[in-house]
Design a protein around this ligand. Sequence first.
Ligand SMILES: *Cc1c(COP(=O)(O)O)cnc(C)c1O
Length: 398
Amino acid sequence: MKAYKKFQEYLANELDSIRSAGLYKEERIIVSPQSVSIKLQSGQEVLNFCANNYLGLSDNKNLIDAAKKAMDSHGYGMSSVRFICGTQDLHKQLETTISRFFGTEDAILYAACFDANGGVFEPLLDENDAIISDALNHASIIDGVRLCKAVRYRYANADMNDLEQQLQAAQKQRFRLIVTDGVFSMDGNVAPLDKIYELAKKYDAMVMVDESHSAGVVGKTGRGTTEQFNLRGEIEIITGTFGKAFGGAIGGFTTGKKEIIAMLRQRSRPYLFSNSIPPAVAGAAIYTFNYLENSTVLQDKLHENTAYFIEKMKNAGFDIKPSQSAICAVMLYDAKLSQDVAKRLLEEGIYVTGFYYPVVPKGQARIRLQISAAHEREHLDKCIQAFIKTGKELDIIK
Ligand SMILES: *Cc1c(COP(=O)(O)O)cnc(C)c1O
């Protein structure tokens, strides 16, 4: 009790300093399903431009039906990890489906991509080896690398000269693994996987891509960066999530070379010591991948929507980061301005988030929008009009 009193004071102080730095994260409460149009607890209905709901599947009726059917046939929960009694036919089917989708040899499921990344390095590499990681990689990759004893090298975001230098330095080690996000979520740029692959060949390294923001989005049929750069089957390790384009519930995976996946099943700690994904998630994910294998309607619409939106915003005079994904970063540079713009847009019925330091570098504040296949032209136009109105009011555009 006495111990907690001191700790309580300490936490209260820390929380206060987070607040006074203006960095305290508030959560806005939604009372409807995740969708293009969402209802807030305040009663306000707004158009949503900040979900990872790239294909508009979060409230898709067929996915919900597939989840319900799987629950009826296979129950609610597994009450077990995979290797004790947590493997159903649905889990094996989903792993096969994922491998087929990405053109890989095998796949392994996790509760989240955070776990896939947390559990991929330590079982495969040790202090004799090297991990060469992009500076803007996702937090889960950074944490995963920390859990592994391999020697760490870091290269500036998508900077191939720097990567080459790091690869030269890493020639001392036994095995080398280059790790990159497929799409970097704050800018929307795609990792130059073709050049990374060439450097990997030249310097005897393997490659891992986290396709969380790129699978379902990038590439003509949404297979991700390996499709975009014609490298299907060439990349040793791919990780990804069901939590973004593929319905947005929960769950992650690692897919790639079969011996790698076999070793992860033996030694990957988040796989061995955490529960199997529930049948409803497995059933809905099988449905989703099968659907996307047979139709590019959603991808086509997403690509069209994104091109339309970015062009209109540029024509209106906004400073947009070059993007090759469904992410559109509207650069405002000033942290307070990014918050003011987001607030004004909400009043106009447009839900977006302003990002500023430390989420993005100092002086690089922005509004990040995410386009969805579920957006109709009228939604995009309403958002663009609201931006133009706000931009003029706040002297961002003429
Ligand atoms: C979102 C994201 C993750 C985490 O995915 P979850 O399945 O939600 O844990 C991992 N890596 C990248 C690059 C991401 O964007």
